[in-house]
Write a protein that binds this ligand. Sequence first.
Ligand code: NI
Length: 177
Amino acid sequence: MAVREVLKMGDPLLLQVAEPVAEFGTPQLDALLKDMFDTMDDYDGAGLAAPQIGVSKRVVIFGVEANPRYPDAEHVPMTVLINPEISANSPEMESGWEGCLSVPGMRGMVDRYSHISYRGFDAVGNPVEREVQGFHARVVQHECDHLDGILYPSRIKDMRYFGFEDVLFPELSVPKE
Ligand code: NI
Protein backbone atom coordinates (compact mmCIF):
# COMPACT_ATOMS: atom_id res chain seq x y z
CA MET A 1 0.00 0.00 0.00
CA ALA A 2 1.38 3.35 -1.00
CA VAL A 3 -0.66 6.35 -0.06
CA ARG A 4 0.90 9.28 -1.88
CA GLU A 5 0.83 12.90 -0.89
CA VAL A 6 -1.89 14.83 -2.72
CA LEU A 7 -0.54 18.08 -4.15
CA LYS A 8 -2.41 21.18 -3.08
CA MET A 9 -3.55 24.18 -5.10
CA GLY A 10 -0.59 26.47 -5.60
CA ASP A 11 1.67 23.65 -6.75
CA PRO A 12 2.61 24.37 -10.38
CA LEU A 13 2.36 20.65 -11.26
CA LEU A 14 -1.42 20.97 -10.91
CA LEU A 15 -1.46 23.56 -13.70
CA GLN A 16 0.32 21.44 -16.32
CA VAL A 17 -1.33 19.75 -19.28
CA ALA A 18 -0.70 16.01 -18.74
CA GLU A 19 0.79 13.67 -21.37
CA PRO A 20 -1.18 10.81 -22.96
CA VAL A 21 -0.38 7.25 -21.89
CA ALA A 22 1.35 5.41 -24.75
CA GLU A 23 1.57 1.87 -23.33
CA PHE A 24 -1.05 -0.08 -21.41
CA GLY A 25 -0.72 -3.03 -19.06
CA THR A 26 2.80 -2.07 -17.99
CA PRO A 27 4.13 -2.55 -14.45
CA GLN A 28 4.59 1.23 -14.22
CA LEU A 29 0.96 1.91 -15.09
CA ASP A 30 -0.24 -0.81 -12.69
CA ALA A 31 1.87 0.68 -9.89
CA LEU A 32 0.55 4.18 -10.62
CA LEU A 33 -3.05 2.95 -10.51
CA LYS A 34 -2.50 1.03 -7.29
CA ASP A 35 -1.04 4.13 -5.64
CA MET A 36 -3.93 6.23 -6.96
CA PHE A 37 -6.55 3.86 -5.52
CA ASP A 38 -4.71 3.61 -2.20
CA THR A 39 -4.52 7.40 -2.03
CA MET A 40 -8.14 7.99 -3.05
CA ASP A 41 -9.32 5.47 -0.44
CA ASP A 42 -7.15 6.98 2.27
CA TYR A 43 -8.41 10.51 1.57
CA ASP A 44 -12.04 9.33 1.10
CA GLY A 45 -12.13 10.92 -2.34
CA ALA A 46 -14.69 10.38 -5.10
CA GLY A 47 -11.98 10.63 -7.73
CA LEU A 48 -8.32 11.32 -8.31
CA ALA A 49 -6.23 12.37 -11.28
CA ALA A 50 -2.58 11.31 -11.70
CA PRO A 51 -1.30 14.92 -11.69
CA GLN A 52 -2.64 15.25 -8.13
CA ILE A 53 0.07 12.84 -6.98
CA GLY A 54 2.66 14.53 -9.18
CA VAL A 55 2.44 12.24 -12.23
CA SER A 56 1.71 14.23 -15.37
CA LYS A 57 -0.16 11.48 -17.27
CA ARG A 58 -3.72 11.42 -18.62
CA VAL A 59 -5.02 8.94 -16.05
CA VAL A 60 -8.02 9.40 -13.77
CA ILE A 61 -9.88 7.11 -11.40
CA PHE A 62 -13.26 7.68 -9.81
CA GLY A 63 -16.10 5.87 -8.14
CA VAL A 64 -18.52 6.30 -5.28
CA GLU A 65 -19.90 3.53 -3.15
CA ALA A 66 -20.48 4.62 0.43
CA ASN A 67 -18.39 7.76 0.71
CA PRO A 68 -18.45 9.88 3.88
CA ARG A 69 -17.46 12.95 1.85
CA TYR A 70 -20.60 12.62 -0.30
CA PRO A 71 -23.32 11.08 1.89
CA ASP A 72 -26.11 11.85 -0.58
CA ALA A 73 -24.20 11.07 -3.75
CA GLU A 74 -25.51 8.56 -6.22
CA HIS A 75 -23.53 5.41 -6.97
CA VAL A 76 -20.76 5.73 -9.55
CA PRO A 77 -18.95 2.55 -10.63
CA MET A 78 -15.27 2.33 -9.71
CA THR A 79 -13.54 3.25 -12.97
CA VAL A 80 -10.07 3.64 -14.45
CA LEU A 81 -10.14 6.06 -17.38
CA ILE A 82 -7.01 6.73 -19.42
CA ASN A 83 -6.60 9.24 -22.26
CA PRO A 84 -10.21 10.35 -21.81
CA GLU A 85 -12.32 12.34 -24.21
CA ILE A 86 -15.58 13.97 -23.15
CA SER A 87 -18.40 15.35 -25.25
CA ALA A 88 -21.55 17.08 -24.08
CA ASN A 89 -24.76 15.40 -25.26
CA SER A 90 -26.75 18.58 -24.78
CA PRO A 91 -25.94 22.18 -23.95
CA GLU A 92 -27.82 21.84 -20.66
CA MET A 93 -25.72 22.54 -17.58
CA GLU A 94 -26.42 22.21 -13.88
CA SER A 95 -24.90 23.85 -10.82
CA GLY A 96 -23.55 21.74 -7.99
CA TRP A 97 -21.16 21.85 -5.06
CA GLU A 98 -17.71 20.44 -5.66
CA GLY A 99 -14.75 19.70 -3.50
CA CYS A 100 -11.27 18.56 -4.41
CA LEU A 101 -8.55 16.74 -2.50
CA SER A 102 -6.14 19.40 -3.82
CA VAL A 103 -8.26 22.16 -2.28
CA PRO A 104 -8.83 20.65 1.17
CA GLY A 105 -11.64 21.90 3.36
CA MET A 106 -13.30 24.00 0.65
CA ARG A 107 -16.40 23.68 -1.53
CA GLY A 108 -17.52 25.71 -4.50
CA MET A 109 -20.53 25.88 -6.81
CA VAL A 110 -19.63 24.88 -10.37
CA ASP A 111 -21.67 24.54 -13.57
CA ARG A 112 -21.12 21.28 -15.47
CA TYR A 113 -22.77 19.62 -18.44
CA SER A 114 -25.68 17.49 -17.24
CA HIS A 115 -25.39 14.80 -19.92
CA ILE A 116 -22.09 13.69 -21.38
CA SER A 117 -20.49 10.84 -23.24
CA TYR A 118 -16.98 9.84 -22.37
CA ARG A 119 -14.51 7.44 -23.86
CA GLY A 120 -11.02 6.29 -23.09
CA PHE A 121 -9.22 3.13 -22.03
CA ASP A 122 -8.87 0.94 -18.97
CA ALA A 123 -5.59 -0.23 -17.43
CA VAL A 124 -4.91 -2.84 -20.12
CA GLY A 125 -6.08 -0.76 -23.07
CA ASN A 126 -9.66 -1.98 -23.45
CA PRO A 127 -11.96 0.77 -24.64
CA VAL A 128 -14.30 2.35 -22.10
CA GLU A 129 -17.33 4.21 -23.43
CA ARG A 130 -20.30 5.49 -21.43
CA GLU A 131 -23.15 7.92 -21.59
CA VAL A 132 -23.84 9.39 -18.14
CA GLN A 133 -25.58 12.21 -16.34
CA GLY A 134 -25.83 13.98 -13.02
CA PHE A 135 -23.18 13.37 -10.37
CA HIS A 136 -21.35 10.77 -12.48
CA ALA A 137 -21.05 13.33 -15.30
CA ARG A 138 -19.86 15.97 -12.82
CA VAL A 139 -17.13 13.75 -11.34
CA VAL A 140 -15.78 12.85 -14.78
CA GLN A 141 -15.69 16.50 -15.89
CA HIS A 142 -13.94 17.50 -12.64
CA GLU A 143 -11.31 14.75 -12.89
CA CYS A 144 -10.62 15.30 -16.58
CA ASP A 145 -10.15 19.03 -15.92
CA HIS A 146 -7.15 18.06 -13.78
CA LEU A 147 -5.50 16.60 -16.91
CA ASP A 148 -5.65 20.03 -18.52
CA GLY A 149 -4.35 21.82 -15.45
CA ILE A 150 -7.75 23.19 -14.42
CA LEU A 151 -8.88 23.25 -10.78
CA TYR A 152 -12.56 23.78 -10.00
CA PRO A 153 -12.18 27.21 -8.29
CA SER A 154 -11.33 28.70 -11.70
CA ARG A 155 -14.78 27.55 -12.92
CA ILE A 156 -16.77 29.18 -10.10
CA LYS A 157 -18.88 31.95 -11.62
CA ASP A 158 -20.09 33.54 -8.40
CA MET A 159 -17.41 33.62 -5.70
CA ARG A 160 -20.05 34.05 -3.01
CA TYR A 161 -20.55 30.30 -3.50
CA PHE A 162 -17.02 29.33 -2.52
CA GLY A 163 -16.11 28.66 1.08
CA PHE A 164 -15.04 26.35 3.84
CA GLU A 165 -17.15 23.21 3.99
CA ASP A 166 -17.53 23.25 7.79
CA VAL A 167 -19.02 26.75 7.51
CA LEU A 168 -21.13 26.07 4.40
CA PHE A 169 -22.39 22.72 5.68
CA PRO A 170 -22.19 22.82 9.48
CA GLU A 171 -24.72 19.99 9.76
CA LEU A 172 -22.35 17.50 8.13
CA SER A 173 -19.61 15.81 10.03
CA VAL A 174 -16.52 16.78 8.11
CA PRO A 175 -14.18 13.91 7.27
CA LYS A 176 -10.44 14.26 7.40
CA GLU A 177 -8.82 15.78 4.35
NI1 NI B 1 -10.07 17.43 -7.85
